[in-house]
Design a protein around this ligand. Structure first.
Ligand code: NAD
Length: 414
């Protein structure tokens, strides 16, 4: 697919980053928002992003000026009759997205592909607001969009294979690592990541390890930061919203740890509110190795959570696999449902979360049988959150060690 002109809807955090990606691809970009002040703020972010690349000597000042100059801010749809691709990154509200896509459908040429960067809404529903659902697709970038490599490419029920293939190809041209993911709540990365964050909260409330110990164990395992640092950075209110959404969609496996609600009610949102699991200087991003101060007000909240149906019958000593295996298990559920190819899981998790040691590599190391046994033991202790994916049982019964060995197994075992 040849793109010369592109447009981005929404000049916020994601829209500005996506505009940078498209400008770097050599396109003329329209960056649209509802008010001039939001457009200006977006253009300033774009400028800052390219300036920082100049500072790092990745591009020259002339290149930065040209890249900024290729992006034109606007509050109207003028010029959209010439675009080949639109990526929408407006607010995460279905009514807003439906209105935008219906308008885009009227304004853009019939060959244009209309993409949404939604984190959780249905691509099929968004596509149904247009007369070209076969040319509507999800392109889920990760924050910051200009540097994070993963893009989840999500077809809706009526998206054409041609458009999906074109988007996979375009993402590669932009230097991204695209992974095709079928539409499902949380798509792949958030669906896999949230059971891990949630389990870390259960461990904390159980009192068998503190936030610092859990974070440390996870970093040693291979994630760039621990769950509590990530929760504080992302915003505990945002994470509580996503966890509740996934629970509604998938049921008991995602039952939110009660302590999350308590934190939100107290206004402990993390970095942005000055305190979450750790205490922060408001608005300041902590240096990577800076020692962290645990939020002293967490103790009574955790005690309350324990008294509030959170007590466990018996405790198993904390090991990092308690929080890692829920990720693995959720990835297996996604593979079982044909949401993703097993070969793509490690790419998605590596480029979407920075996980150095892939989940499927973990299977290679430990074997499906060990993982199943661990999940079953955790299920005995902690219940439904650890119910193993049926696919995992099938593979173990078939004597398969991991997916790589499946390819060399006798045909009858595949
Ligand atoms: N922030 C993240 O980490 C992240 C990651 C992946 C995906 N997303 C998704 O990307 C989208 C944008 O998120 P964000 O964090 O950039 O939000 P944001 O609040 O920073 O920016 C949204 C922008 O959209 C603008 N907007 C609202 N209605 C509009 C309309 N009708 N037309 C044009 N612009 C409009 C707002 O004025 C605002 O500037 C959401 O769907 C979100 O779920 C966010």
């Amino acid at each position: 697919m040849k793109v010369q002109k592109a447009a981005v809807i929404g000049a916020g955090t994601m829209g500005a980053g996506i505009a940078c990606v498209l400008s770097q691809a050599g396109y003329e970009v329209l960056l649209k928002d509802v008010k001039q002040e939001f457009v200006d703020r977006g253009l300033q972010s774009v400028k800052r992003m390219f300036d920082s690349r100049v500072k790092k000597e990745l591009i020259t000042q002339e290149q930065a000026d040209r890249l900024v100059g290729q992006i034109r801010g606007t509050t109207s749809y003028d010029g959209f009759e010439q675009v080949d691709l639109v990526i929408e990154a407006a607010l995460e509200q279905i009514a807003i997205k439906l209105e935008i896509f219906s308008e885009l459908d009227k304004r853009c040429p019939s060959h244009a592909v209309l993409a949404s960067n939604t984190s959780a809404l249905s691509i099929s529903e968004i596509a149904a607001a247009t007369r070209r659902p076969e040319r509507v697709v999800g392109l889920h970038f990760f924050n910051p969009a200009q540097t994070m490599k993963l893009v989840e490419v999500i077809p809706g029920v009526r998206t054409s294979k041609e458009v999906v293939d074109q988007m996979l190809e375009l993402c590669k041209q932009w230097g991204k690592e695209p992974v095709r993911v079928e539409e499902c709540p949380g798509f792949l990365v958030n669906r896999v990541l949230f059971p891990y964050l949630n389990e870390a909260l259960y461990v904390l409330a159980e009192g068998i390890a503190d936030a610092e110990q859990i974070d440390k164990a996870v970093v040693e395992f291979g994630l760039p930061m621990g769950p509590f640092t990530l929760l504080d950075m992302t915003g505990i209110d945002v994470c509580a919203h996503v966890t509740n959404f996934l629970y509604e969609e998938y049921g008991p496996r995602f039952e939110p740890a009660p302590v999350l609600k308590g934190l939100v009610e107290k206004g402990f949102y993390g970095q942005k509110s000055g305190a979450g699991f750790f205490v922060h200087s408001r608005g300041q991003v902590p240096a990577k190795d800076q020692p962290k101060e645990l939020n002293p007000e967490l103790k009574p909240l955790l005690a309350a959570a324990r008294g509030n149906g959170h007590a466990v019958k018996r405790s198993r000593q904390f090991e990092v696999y308690r929080v890692i295996l829920p990720m693995f298990n959720e990835a297996m559920y996604a593979i079982e449902e044909n949401v993703v190819d097993w070969e793509d899981v490690d790419t998605a998790m590596q480029f979407g979360t920075g996980l150095k040691r892939g989940l499927m590599s973990l299977a290679r190391e430990k074997g499906f049988a060990w993982i199943l046994k661990e999940l079953e033991t955790y299920q005995e202790y902690y219940g439904e959150r650890f119910r193993p994916a049926w696919l995992l049982r099938k593979l173990v019964r078939g004597g398969i060690h991991d997916f790589n060995s499946l390819h060399s197994a006798p045909v009858a075992a595949r």
